[in-house]
Design a protein around this ligand. Structure first.
Ligand code: N01
Length: 494
């Protein structure tokens, strides 16, 4: 079987690509999705308290505004319903193949197409595709902690992104390992139901107030009746973010007001000076992702919670033992320890022109792509949410739409000019990434004195976009064919 376009993943990115390809009259595409539903991260992260910390109006497709958001920061299930609703209304769902994993893809140079293996309910299947559009997500592969003895734990253990809803937590001794964006949403919910809660903190994060606001009935009615109002909200929020955050990542003085708000947040939520000291970060504001919560610090200060800052030495059958020798019994162990971000497992599964996988190509140099989307040696591969496209402060949906616009233009250009394949030139790729990494050196993510999922094992930031998102959108506004080696539908290279 041959399809013109194979899209991997049915989250925001894959869905956006499907909808926009259809809009362009491209009918011959398939979306393969390993799970049984659309939604990506919002389908997978069902932990209690899951919610977005990017404003709802901005965390939606520009072409599918939603006047029904219940509050300024949407709860996870509402976002999942939104994605499902958009998918259903789009008329693309008949080309989604669920419960089907993407196993591998290899570029067939003679045929100028990808040879792909997938596995569905009926077993493995081979197909070919002219373009491969990867929307597999940058935060989709859970990373379990490597802790001595953890495999011997006899109680219930699960990752934050694979919540086991069959486990009743009421009155239990619950332990949460990690204090990142997922954990700080989980902890207040656990504190409400657990008999006792231990929170294992390796590094204290900066947490600013969440300032969530429930939309009143009148406000929602107005948003429904006057779509322009929704667009106004969106634009206003967008510029408020854009005006501030990219500036403070370069210039620490601009971070001072937000750092002050984070310090006041600690003082408001926690009375005990020892606990306050423990939760006060040692690194520069913004070095790790800045988190938002009004309830995290009060939950840590509650009588049934203990914040443990001693290093975890080992896990036994029913307890966690810290380096100071203290053993704390545990019934349910939640590991909110993040994701594989710089060594994405999917990169092992894609083989380019030189017979090397993406993972091999990036092993020494780290992840890198031209415009975060295309890679030399991998013709007709388009990565959505690729290297250096991530955001710590604003909407990935904005980035996804920018990338999809670029991919659409690439496909239109290929059709118009009769090209079989496009592949970014090594020089263009080098120039793009050298410029990014030059700027990266000046950012708080590199010089802020912390380690984070933004950085790879060499300390290189291969995940975040270091300029404004409007710059990203401008730079991907049209397909720049002169940065590419192209091959005509005959076999000569230009
Ligand atoms: O993962 P993380 P996350 N022993 O990698 C700790 C998005 N997101 O799932 O800081 C002990 O940030 C680790 O400690 P340290 C968002 O982009 C968004 O929380 O490395 N601890 C850290 O505290 C976010 O940034 C939303 O020292 C260990 C934690 O586990 C991204 O997803 C909500 C450990 C991991 O934090 C990832 O967030 C949720 C070990 N062996 C997620 N290993 C919203 O929109 C790791 N840790 C609100």
């Amino acid at each position: 079987m041959h399809v013109e376009h194979l899209i991997v993943g049915a989250g925001f990115a894959g869905l956006c690509a499907a909808i926009k390809l259809q809009e362009d009259g491209e009918r011959d595409f398939l979306v393969v999705e390993k799970a049984s539903d659309v939604g990506g991260t919002w389908r997978d992260n069902t932990y209690p308290g899951a919610a977005c910390d990017v404003p709802s109006q901005l965390y939606s497709f520009s072409f599918a505004p939603n006047p029904e958001w219940s509050s300024s920061y949407s709860p996870g299930p509402e976002i999942q319903d939104y994605i499902r609703g958009v998918a259903e209304r789009s008329g693309t769902l008949d080309r989604f193949v669920f419960d089907t994993s993407f196993d591998d893809a290899a570029w067939d140079d003679a045929a100028a197409r990808w040879s792909v293996q997938v596995t569905g309910p009926d077993g493995p299947r081979s197909l070919t595709a002219t373009t491969l559009i990867l929307g597999a997500g940058g935060l989709s592969e859970p990373r379990l902690p490597e802790i001595d003895g953890i495999e011997s734990f006899q109680g219930q253990l699960f990752h934050s992104a694979r919540w086991d809803h069959s486990v009743d937590l009421t009155g239990k001794r619950v332990a949460v390992i990690g204090t990142g964006a997922s954990a700080i949403q989980i902890v207040p919910e656990m504190q409400k139901v657990a008999g006792h809660l231990d929170v294992y903190q390796r590094t204290a994060p900066w947490v600013i107030p969440r300032n969530d606001r429930v939309y009143g009935g009148l406000e929602r009615q107005a948003l429904r009746r006057f779509p322009a109002l929704g667009r106004l909200y969106r634009t206003g929020i967008y510029w408020a973010h854009e005006g501030y955050v990219p500036a403070f990542t370069i210039e620490p003085r601009f971070a001072a007001p937000a750092k002050k708000a984070a310090t006041a947040n600690i003082a408001k939520g926690i009375q005990d000076p020892d606990l306050r000291a423990k939760v006060t970060p040692y690194f520069e504001f913004g070095c790790k992702r800045v988190l938002r919560s009004n309830t995290y610090y009060p939950a840590l200060a509650a009588d049934n919670t203990e914040l443990v800052t001693d290093r975890i030495a080992k896990v036994t059958g029913d307890a966690i033992v810290t380096a100071d020798g203290v053993e704390r019994p545990v019934d349910v162990l939640v590991v909110a320890t993040g994701f594989y971000t710089t060594e994405l497992p999917v990169t092992e599964q894609i083989t380019g022109t030189a017979g090397r996988t993406l993972a091999d190509t990036w092993r020494e140099s780290g992840m890198a792509a031209y415009k975060g989307t295309t890679v030399p040696g991998f013709p007709n591969l388009f990565m959505l949410v690729g290297p250096n496209t991530g955001q710590g402060h604003t909407s990935m949906v904005f980035i996804i739409e920018s990338q999809v616009a670029y991919v659409r233009d690439a496909i239109r250009t290929m059709r118009a000019r009769g090209w079989a394949s496009v592949e970014p030139r090594v020089q263009a790729d080098r120039r793009w990434n050298a410029d990014l990494q030059r700027r990266m050196k000046r950012t708080v993510w590199t010089r802020g004195g912390c380690s984070s999922w933004y950085l790879d094992e060499h300390g290189r930031n291969t995940t975040l976009w270091p300029k404004s998102t409007i710059t990203f959108r401008r730079q991907l506004a049209s397909f720049d064919a002169d940065a590419y080696d192209v091959r005509r539908q005959t076999t000569t290279r230009e």
